[in-house]
Ligand binder design. Structure first.
Ligand code: ADP
Ligand code: MG
Length: 262
């Protein structure tokens, strides 16, 4: 069923919990999170606002330490700091406004002193992949919202991460652009064979993209349901053109919405 089931874990979490302590109170944001993110999979995490999705992503990215539990990257304890092995795309782009699109994508490569020729090849490859070859010399402020997100994705991919972590990356986009971005990201996932981890509160988005879908409960965030899905492959293979109206999808959507709202 699941094409990545036999693959090794890129990231694994064991018993991860997170408690935020403020002066007046303690907030348990995450409770006992067990995750296995398989190489090459597209994991989508769904949950209501405030259930700890961003907190979980921040832990996987190395921005935040869990209060207890373990996080493994390629089977070894993960270094508790962000690094290029985990690329992050946020809801709001984080491009440097003073650099062109091309220089933004090149930035990480330059920091690592990758030779110029290789830098140019890598930048060209990923700008083409996200459809921004014509906008190399453009400044971020001149780009539309969707284009900024595509530039951010190219910048992350240029660093050749083990996993691409995305926190509601299309949340601020209009419906049409969002749909295009979902297609675009599926193509990128197929072409690069990378592992993707995407957080969303949009049930359809998770169903249209994920090979593995995780549903979280309201706070304290726990995993309440996990399942594999083949729909994204089927859409890719052109077998599921009417997928938005597909009976199975409608049922799955109902089931998830019930889980989230009750
Ligand atoms: N730095 C923080 N200090 C205290 N509480 C926080 C902090 N960050 C998030 N929280 C709380 O933790 C819970 C989970 O937040 P978050 O991970 O942002 O959820 P989501 O991304 O699912 O909306 C929320 O109740 C939020 O208010
Ligand atoms: Mg969030």
């Amino acid at each position: 069923m699941n094409l990545t089931a036999a693959m090794p874990n890129v990231i694994e979490t064991k018993n991860v919990s997170l408690v935020y302590k403020t002066e007046s109170r303690e907030v348990t944001a995450l409770q006992d999170i067990h995750l296995e993110i398989k190489e090459g999979s597209f994991v989508c995490v769904l949950g209501p606002s405030g259930c700890g999705k961003t907190s979980l992503l921040r832990i996987l990215a190395g921005f935040q330490q869990p209060t207890s539990g373990e996080v493994l990257l390629d089977g070894k304890a993960m270094s508790p700091k962000p690094d290029k092995s985990r690329g992050v795309v946020f809801q709001q782009h984080t491009l440097f406004p003073w650099l062109t699109v091309e220089k933004n994508v090149e930035f990480g490569l330059k920091m690592r002193k990758v030779p110029e020729r290789e830098r140019k090849q890598t930048v060209d490859r990923y700008l083409e992949m996200v459809g921004l070859s014509q906008f190399k010399k453009t400044a971020p402020y001149e780009l539309s919202g969707g284009m900024k997100q595509r530039a951010s994705i190219a910048r992350v991919l240029a660093n050749d991460p083990r996993i691409v972590l995305m926190d509601e990356p299309f949340g601020a986009l209009d419906a049409f652009t969002k749909e295009q971005m979902q297609e675009n990201v599926r193509q990128i996932w197929i072409k690069t064979n990378k592992t993707f981890f995407l957080i969303t509160h949009d049930v359809d988005e998770a169903l249209l993209l994920g090979t593995h879908i995780i549903v979280m409960s309201p706070r304290p965030g726990r995993i309440i349901r996990e399942f594999d899905s083949r729909l994204t492959y089927e859409i890719q293979e052109g077998q599921s053109r009417a997928y938005r109206m597909n009976k199975q999808i409608l049922e799955k959507r109902e089931e998830i919405l019930n889980l989230i709202t009750h």
